[in-house]
Design a protein around this ligand. Structure first.
Ligand code: PLP
Length: 381
C-alpha cells in the first residue's frame, strides 16, 4: 500500500460486530468474559481498547514499523521511553529540542540519576566523541523546534548501531508523510499526535512506534503498568485526522514554501529558518531524508526587539497567536516567552532563540490571505 492509501486503510477494517465502516468509539473500561480468562482479546481498557488498538496499528503502518503505542500526550510517550532506562544510564540529546522534552529530561529524570548531555547534532560526525559506555539512548528531533535544524538520521543511526545505543527520533514536525525514521535506521519513532497527525487542534495525544519485539514488549509493559493511555474518543479523533494527513501535508508544504520566500524578501525580516532554502546549512540532508519541507518556519526581525515581535503578533487577524502547531489553522508564537520559557535565557540564545524570533505553523488556508495578513502586520512594526 502507498502512503495515501495507508492513511485511510492500514490497520482499519469494518467493525466485526456491526459492519460500521468508521472505527467505533468503544467507550468502555471493561469487557465481558465468558468464563474467567476467556475473552475476545480485551480485558480492561488500560491494557487495550479496540479504538486505540486500531489507531496504534495504523500509526505503526504509517511509520513502517511493526508495533505502535498511544499515550495521553506526546510527553507521556517520551516518559515511557525514558522508563526503559535505569539510574546511571545516559542520554545524548540534540541541544535544540522541544522545551517540554528538555523539562522532562532535566527536571524529572535527572532526579532519578539519569544523565542528559545536550550537543549540536547538525554535524553528525561530531556526536561520536560525546558517547560513552553509559550512553543508552540518542535523542534526535528533526526538523528541530524552533530553529529548523536538520539532523542526518541515517548518519546518526550508523553511529548508534556502532555503539549499540538506541536511536529515538521525535518525528512530530515532519510526520511520516515527509520522513520515515525507521527506514533510516531509527529504533523508535515518537510523535506528539496533538500536532500534524491529529491535525485539527482538538486533542492532546502521543505515540511510539518500533520494530524490535523485545523493545515493543517492554514499551507495552510500561504503557500498561504506568497507565498514561489515551481515551477511545480521542483515539477516534486522531484516526479521523490521519485520513487527510497526506492532503494536509501537501498544502502545509506548498503554503510554507510561499511564505518562507515572502519573508525572505521582506526588508523588516532578518533571518528566515526553513529547510527548503538552498542556503539552509543542511538543505542537502533535508532533501535526502524528507519528501518536502513542511509548514514550520521561524524568523527574526531586524534590530532583534521583543516589542517589534509582540507588535507584529498582536496585529494579525488570520494567524492566531497560540502555542502548538500542525493544525489546519495558521498559528504564530513567540518561542522565548511561550514554548521555550522553560529553557534558561543563556541556553536558548546559544541555539538562536532570540527575543525577536517568531515561529509560524502555516496552516492550509488560502496562501494569499496568509501573506496579506503578514504583510500588513510587518508594516506596523
Ligand atoms: C508538542 C511536542 C511534544 C510534546 O507533545 P504533547 O502532546 O504536547 O505532550 C514533543 N515534541 C515536539 C516536537 C512537540 O512539538
Amino acid at each position: 500500500m502507498r502512503f495515501g492509501t495507508k492513511v485511510i486503510h492500514a490497520g482499519i477494517k469494518p467493525d466485526s460486530a456491526t459492519g460500521a465502516v468508521m472505527t467505533p468509539i468503544y467507550q468502555t473500561s471493561t469487557y465481558h468474559q465468558k468464563s474467567p480468562g476467556e475473552h475476545k482479546g480485551f480485558e480492561y481498557s488500560r491494557s487495550s481498547n479496540p479504538t486505540r488498538k486500531v489507531l496504534e496499528d495504523n500509526i505503526a503502518a504509517l511509520e513502517n514499523a511493526k508495533y505502535g503505542f498511544c499515550f495521553g500526550s506526546g510527553l507521556a510517550a517520551i516518559d515511557a521511553i525514558l522508563k526503559t532506562l535505569k539510574p546511571g544510564d545516559e542520554v545524548l540529546s540534540t541541544n535544540d529540542l522541544y522545551g517540554g522534552s528538555y523539562r522532562l529530561f532535566t527536571k524529572i529524570y535527572e532526579k532519578f540519576s539519569i544523565k542528559f548531555t545536550f550537543v549540536s547534532m547538525s554535524d553528525a560526525s561530531t556526536i561520536e566523541q560525546a558517547i560513552n559506555k553509559n550512553t543508552k539512548l540518542i535523542w534526535v528531533e528533526t526538523p528541530s523546534n524552533p530553529m529548523m535544524n536538520i539532523i542526518d538520521i541515517e548518519a546518526v543511526a550508523a553511529i548508534a548501531k556502532k555503539y549499540r545505543v538506541k536511536l529515538v527520533v521525535d518525528n512530530t514536525f515532519a510526520t511520516p508523510y515527509l520522513q520515515n525514521p525507521m527506514d533510516l535506521g531509527a529504533d523508535v519513532v515518537m510523535h506528539s499526535l496533538t500536532k500534524y497527525m491529529g491535525g485539527h487542534s482538538d486533542v492532546v495525544m502521543g505515540a511510539l512506534a518500533c520494530n524490535d519485539q523485545k523493545l515493543a514488549e517492554e514499551l507495552y509493559f510500561i504503557q500498561n503498568s504506568s497507565g498514561a493511555i489515551c481515551g477511545p474518543q480521542d483515539s477516534f479523533l486522531v484516526l479521523r485526522g490521519i485520513k487527510t494527513l497526506h492532503l494536509r501535508m501537501q498544502r502545509h508544504s506548498e503554503n510554507g514554501k510561499k511564505i518562507a520566500h515572502f519573508l525572505y524578501d521582506h526588508p523588516k525580516v532578518d533571518k528566515v529558518y526553513w529547510p527548503g532554502f538552498e542556503s539552509h546549512p543542511n538543505h542537502q540532508i533535508a532533501k535526502k531524508q524528507m519528501r518536502d519541507f513542511g509548514g514550520m518556519i521561524s524568523f527574526s526581525l531586524k534590530g532583534d526587539r521583543k516589542e517589534d515581535a509582540f507588535k507584529l503578533m498582536s496585529s494579525l487577524s488570520v494567524f492566531t497567536l497560540a502555542e502548538s502547531l500542525g493544525g489546519v489553522e495558521s498559528l504564530i508564537s513567540h518561542p522565548a516567552t511561550m514554548t521555550h520559557a522553560a529553557i534558561p535565557k543563556e541556553e536558548r540564545e546559544k541555539v538562536g532563540v532570540l527575543d525577536s524570533l517568531i515561529r509560524l505553523s502555516v496552516g492550509v488556508e488560502d496562501s494569499d490571505d496568509l501573506i496579506e495578513d503578514l504583510e500588513q502586520a510587518l508594516n506596523k512594526v
